[in-house]
Design a protein around this ligand. Structure first.
Ligand code: ATP
Ligand code: MG
Length: 231
């Protein structure tokens, strides 16, 4: 039996309890052997925003996941040249594990509905089970429409297993995770305003942000001016 391995990509700028709790729930629902958090080195989807250097994001990730028996983290995207493309990362993981794993790619509904802008996005649906995490303000009903218009019109709903099936792509799983209105954007903004982020991130991450004085107003000013904040 192939091992069931989860993969959660993101900028993790910073990693927060929304990532961690939904990852925990996904491990349980999908019965995963391990879940890899993979921070992107150079995300193609965040143009115009200054992203914290990889080393800080990596260190916070390490602090947040190191004690969990099933959570792992990989710097595979840091070592790949150029922009971080998820298709390439998933191919690399399959090669690394000699195709003896089943990959489950976790993606928030916000990001899922933009997958058609990702490089060679249809291949994602061949390389991994796509597991869609609910996020407040995004409608789960839009998953079916997206799949049928942007990937293939022949997806169908399997009511027993609660997933979308297709004859040539791997299943797509809409997950019933907790709705957590937490985003890194909100955290960066709170820090820049001198407000508390307690209970939105782990204490270790909160201390790291304070000690290194990350997310200062100067750094975030363009983002705040654009009104690019969820809450
Ligand atoms: P930003 O606000 O900077 O975009 P973010 O909070 O969305 O940050 P990312 O690093 O962009 O965090 O997210 C990585 C992945 O985790 C994405 O697929 C995203 O949709 C998902 N995700 C982030 N926060 C949550 C949450 N609260 N609930 C469910 N999924 C989430
Ligand atoms: Mg995001």
């Amino acid at each position: 039996m192939p091992q069931r391995i989860g993969v959660m990509g993101g900028t993790f700028d910073p990693i927060h309890l929304g990532h961690l709790r939904t990852a925990e729930e996904a491990v349980e629902f999908l019965d995963l052997e391990a879940l890899y958090f993979i921070p992107s080195a150079s995300p193609p989807h965040k143009p115009g925003r200054k992203i914290l250097p990889f080393e800080h994001r990596w260190r916070m990730l390490e602090l947040a996941v190191k004690d969990h028996p099933k959570f792992c983290y990989s710097d595979i995207e840091h070592d790949l040249p150029g922009k971080s493309y998820t298709v390439v990362t998933l191919q690399k993981l399959h090669e690394m594990w000699r195709h003896s794993v089943e990959l489950y790619f976790l993606v928030g509904l916000d990001a899922f509905l933009e997958l058609d802008s990702w490089w060679h996005y249809r291949e994602l649906f061949e390389l991994a089970h796509i597991c869609v995490l609910r996020r407040p303000e995004y409608r789960e009903e839009d998953v079916a429409g997206f799949l049928r218009t942007k990937v293939s019109s022949t997806y169908y709903w399997d009511d027993n297993e609660r997933l979308y099936r297709h004859s040539s792509y791997l299943p797509v799983h809409p997950l019933r995770n907790s709705h957590l209105g937490i985003s890194s954007t909100r955290i960066r903004r709170l820090v820049s305003e001198g407000r508390s982020i307690r209970y939105l991130v782990l204490p270790e991450v909160m201390r790291y942000i304070a000690t290194k004085q990350l997310y200062s107003v100067e750094e975030l000013e363009p983002e705040i001016k654009k009104g690019n904040c969820l809450l």
